[in-house]
Design a protein around this ligand. Structure first.
Ligand code: ARG
Ligand code: ASP
Length: 739
């Protein structure tokens, strides 16, 4: 609470200055944001959004699988999230014969909904400020380690003393760089079934070309259902489970949006770093992003080529490719946006102002006088280690699958034998890995990326064994790859799995002696013993500085309103529907339409094909109740809400608390909002909920799902057209095809 109450008075006078910026904690909305939100058009109260005493909007919001957001949209536990959030599940139910990625999937009734082992959704029961209890005694700590161990003990004690229901959990997380702590009591449901998904030609329309871009025409949604035990409580999957009854679900508005309408996005943003000093941002733009971009450009070149050639590969590598390309494209936009908006200058200007205030105050000068020069020195010092770390993580840690499996099995290789339990887990792990593994593709990725690794990473951080192999191959990385993949059991799908099943002790020996294993482990061990240690040492100092800097900022700029960086906890961001100017003389409108989908249509293209049924509906203008005033079906719209990765699947909510859209992306020019939000070009992208309903109802014929929802028309006095009556003159008589 410290550092928060005083801002209120100031806030009222500053209204709308940076409307849109900020990811706010739901429990402080009343103090910090409600007045501004209402001035921006919101008709509900902070208590309607977050309350521990009554059902509120927060009871309809879930952390989906721990990486996305979802929302409950019916009294039977129906959950809406993005297509790209449910992608792994949709893929895992897909085969060449039943290709739900390609054709979509719609459960005809609840008995046809598909179970997803491992998938869960988490509700937030309540949030509490526990800073005092957690920070107790830390003033006396001698150093960072000492402080952390006091905090860990305090967290333990707090968890033990918190009364929970049997199925509840508690999470304690640092905020404002560890200057404050909050506790989240959570409730996690584990029986989550797939209800529906459009074909990728709708749910991923525009794929990578359009990803992170406006104008956008993607119907990026999928639907799941939460199942509970007979008492409505969380339970493992069981046929006896029943649809979950929520404390609150979001009504769905058919009235849509206009420019400047209020929008609220409620979800679980993953990670932002808004309070970095200029030295850090400079390093991201000049050093780290370019290296990572280069690595992924090379990996994608190999994978994209293979996917275009083979339909089976296209399924197997769809998820992997999307993951690699998504961050790749984001980093490119981030670097450009930071440069374009002069983020560095802005940070430097802030630092100048900070320094002059600090220097004018003897107490601050003593406490904070060297902060900025310390930052400068340490960021310079960490630079080579941070860069090596990115090379290591991207090449050895992430983008070569053979290296991933080597890392995945490193623990197993250390044991003497496997008991039945471990054996089963290893077999499961291997089966999952080899299901979608093509060694011939991976071998090419290996050759391409290892060349970068040995070129860029200082030899003193590389193991002798790896260096020898490179020498033996005459520094020809294709030869090196051919040799390793030719010999390694990991590159022979199924062989290792079989061995683990038949003779686990022999399997362990084989793993240890494997050439890929020795190569990969060698690289990891050499790295962790050298560069990573230096990195951690300096980074620990940086973290400590960052905490002091955060505290100092809040003290030195009492007139500013601060929001905590995203850390995968529940947040509210609010803004307005807004277009923007991406470059000189170009203005983007905030809404796209189905006409635009058709305009982008490229028959047979892997990114821009349009299903025949959708083209026919468009041709006949058979839009039902889902067109807007102009008679067109809206597809996506833009807002000034401050979102990040993890906000995907977050509901866009109108002034009255109804669902109007589904957040799924940001515009390319504004992806730097993770480091520096700029109201001029930071926009989030949402699918209009009317497009979602149009696809579910008109395209897929799954009107039973729409009937489950509560449709409202807050702007036009609440009149609704019943679903079963034809609403347009040219009602189509089409078989509900799936493509
Ligand atoms: N860019 C969005 C986000 O960061 C959407 C990603 C999924 N789409 C894709 N084409 N990879 O998650
Ligand atoms: N697409 C992101 C997600 O998956 C959202 C974003 O980064 O704007 O969470």
């Amino acid at each position: 609470m410290r550092g928060i109450t005083f801002v209120l008075i100031f806030l009222i006078s500053q209204v709308s200055l940076h409307a849109g910026e900020g990811m706010w904690l739901p429990l402080f909305l009343k103090q910090l944001n409600e007045a501004e939100m209402q001035l921006m058009g919101m008709k509900i109260s902070a208590e309607d959004i977050y309350s521990v005493n009554k059902g509120s909007l927060k009871d309809a919001i879930v952390h989906f699988g721990g990486f996305c957001t979802g929302e409950v949209i019916s009294d039977q536990g129906l959950v809406l999230t993005n297509h790209h959030c449910g992608f792994g599940q949709i893929q895992s139910h897909s085969t060449l014969e039943n290709n739900y990625l390609e054709d979509g999937f719609w459960a005809a009734d609840k008995s046809k909904e598909l179970a997803n082992p491992g998938l869960f959704v988490t509700f937030i029961v309540r949030i509490e400020d526990v800073s005092e209890a957690i920070l107790k005694g830390t003033k006396e700590a001698q150093n960072t380690k000492g402080r952390q161990s006091i905090i860990d003990k305090n967290i333990d004690a707090l968890k033990k003393s918190t009364t929970l229901k049997e199925w509840e959990d508690v999470l304690v997380r640092p905020f404002f760089e560890g200057n404050q702590y909050f506790m989240f009591v959570t409730e996690t449901y584990k029986d989550i079934r797939l209800v529906g998904a459009p074909p990728s030609s709708i749910g991923k329309f525009g794929a990578d070309t359009d990803n992170w871009e406006w104008p956008r025409h993607t119907g990026d949604f999928s639907m799941f259902r939460i199942y509970a035990d007979k008492n409505n409580n969380p339970a493992e999957y069981s046929e006896d489970n029943v649809p979950y009854q929520p404390r609150h679900f979001l009504p769905v508005s058919l009235d849509g949006v206009e420019e400047d309408d209020f929008t609220l996005v409620f979800g679980f943003p993953g990670r932002t770093r808004e309070y970095l000093p200029s030295f850090a941002v400079e390093q991201v733009v000049d050093v780290l992003n370019p290296a990572k971009i280069d690595i992924r450009t090379k990996a994608l070149k190999v994978i994209d080529g293979a996917m275009r050639e083979d339909a089976q590969v296209k399924i197997q590598y769809a998820s992997k490719q999307a993951r690699i390309s998504n961050a790749w494209k984001k980093w490119i936009g981030e670097s450009q946006g930071l440069k374009k908006t002069g983020a560095l200058d802005k940070k430097q200007a802030l630092e100048t102002k900070f320094a002059s205030r600090v220097n004018a105050n003897p107490k601050w000068k003593q406490q904070y006088g060297t902060l900025l020069s310390d930052f400068e020195r340490l960021y310079k010092e960490v630079r080579p280690y941070a860069l090596t770390r990115d090379y290591f993580n991207e090449i050895v840690g992430r983008n070569i699958e053979l290296m991933r499996i080597v890392n995945g099995l490193s623990r197993v290789a250390k044991s003497d034998d496997m008991d039945a339990g471990l054996q089963k887990r290893v077999v499961g792990y291997l089966e999952n890995f080899y299901k979608d593994y093509r060694p011939e593709i991976d071998q090419n990725v290996f050759a391409s990326l290892m060349e970068v690794y040995f070129d860029k990473v200082d030899g003193k951080y590389i193991s002798d064994f790896a260096k020898e192999l490179v020498q033996d191959a005459d520094k020809n990385y294709e030869n090196l790859a051919a040799k390793i993949y030719g010999k390694s059991i990991f590159a022979k799908s199924g062989a290792l799995t079989k061995l683990v099943q038949e003779d686990p002790a022999a399997a362990i020996k084989t793993i240890r002696e494997d050439v890929a294993f020795q190569f990969g482990r060698g690289l990891s061990e050499a790295y962790y013993e050298s560069s990573e240690k230096e990195y951690t040492r300096i980074n620990d100092e940086l973290k400590e500085l960052q905490r002091t800097y955060m505290k100092a900022l809040m003290e030195v700029f009492p007139e500013e309103r601060f929001y905590p960086d995203a850390n995968s906890t529940m947040r509210v961001t609010y803004g307005q529907v807004k277009g923007y100017e991406p470059r000189d003389a170009v203005r983007y409108q905030p809404v796209t339409y189905l006409d635009g989908v058709i305009a982008k249509y490229k028959p047979g293209d892997y990114e821009f094909d349009v299903p025949v049924m959708l083209r026919k509906l468009h041709e006949a203008k058979d839009y039902g109740q889902y067109a807007d005033k102009t008679g067109k079906v809206p597809v996506c719209f833009l807002g000034s809400n401050h979102t990040t990765g993890g906000n995907s699947g977050s509901p866009a909510i109108d002034a009255h608390g109804n669902l109007i859209g589904l957040n799924f992306d940001r515009v390319w020019e504004g992806t730097m909002s993770d480091l520096n939000y700029d109201a001029s070009i930071c926009r989030n992208i949402m699918v209009d909920v009317r497009y979602i309903l149009f696809i579910v109802d008109k395209y897929a014929g799954a009107s039973h799902l729409v009937k489950e929802m509560k449709l409202v028309r807050p702007k036009s006095g609440g009149k609704l057209v019943p679903l079963d009556k034809p609403t347009s003159k040219g009602k189509l008589k089409l078989k509900k095809g799936r493509n």
